[in-house]
Design a protein. Structure first.
Length: 164
C-alpha cells in the first residue's frame, strides 16, 4: 500500500490505530536516526560503557549506505542501513519505545527487497552477546553461518535468501 506521499505503508498498525510508513531517509531524518542509534546501541550492548557510543557514530556507520526509515505521524521510529551492491545489512535500530510492534520485521522485509539485485544471499552480523537481536533475526528467517565464536565481543554472521 502506498500513502498519498508516495511512501510505502506497511498497512501494519503500530498500536492505537497508528500506521507505519517505510521510505528512503532524507537529510532531515539524520539527527533523529542518530538519536535512535545511540539509544539503541546503549540498550543492545549493556556490557559496553555508555560513553563508548556517541551521536556522531551514526554518520560514520551509514556514510556509504542506503537508509530506510520507519515513520509514524511524521516521526521516525526506526531505520535500517544497507549496501545493496554487496547484499549486506549494516544496522537495524528501532526506538526502544516502539519495540515489539513489527517495525523491525517490516524494515527487514523492505531491506531484503532492495537487496534482490545482489543475486546472492543477504548478510548481516550480530553480536554474539546480543541474545534478543539474535532471536529476532532467527524468528525472521535468518540463519547463522557456522558456530558463534567463543569470544566476548565476537559477531555472528547471518544469511538469508533475498526476497522475490
Amino acid at each position: 500500500m502506498v500513502d498519498r506521499h508516495g511512501e510505502k505503508e506497511t498497512g501494519m498498525p503500530a498500536g492505537q490505530g497508528v500506521r507505519i510508513a517505510i521510505r528512503s531517509a532524507r537529510g532531515a531524518d539524520a539527527a533523529r536516526c542518530a538519536e535512535i542509534f545511540l539509544r539503541g546501541r546503549r540498550q543492545a550492548f549493556p556490557w559496553q560503557p555508555a560513553d563508548r557510543f556517541g551521536l556522531d557514530d551514526y554518520y560514520d556507520c551509514v556514510r556509504e549506505d542506503s537508509v530506510l526509515v520507519a515513520e509514524t505521524e511524521e516521526t521516525v521510529v526506526g531505520f535500517v542501513s544497507l549496501d545493496p551492491r554487496e547484499g549486506v545489512i549494516h544496522n537495524l535500530f528501532i526506538d526502544p519505545g516502539w519495540h515489539k510492534r513489527g517495525i523491525g520485521s517490516a524494515l527487514l522485509r523492505e531491506a531484503l527487497g532492495l537487496l534482490r539485485s545482489s543475486r546472492r544471499p543477504a548478510e548481516l552480523a550480530c553480536a554474539v552477546r546480543n541474545a534478543a537481536a539474535r532471536a529476532f533475526y532467527e524468528r525472521n528467517g535468518w540463519t547463522p553461518v557456522g558456530a558463534p565464536p567463543n569470544q566476548p565481543d565476537a559477531m555472528v554472521l547471518y544469511r538469508r535468501a533475498p526476497a522475490g
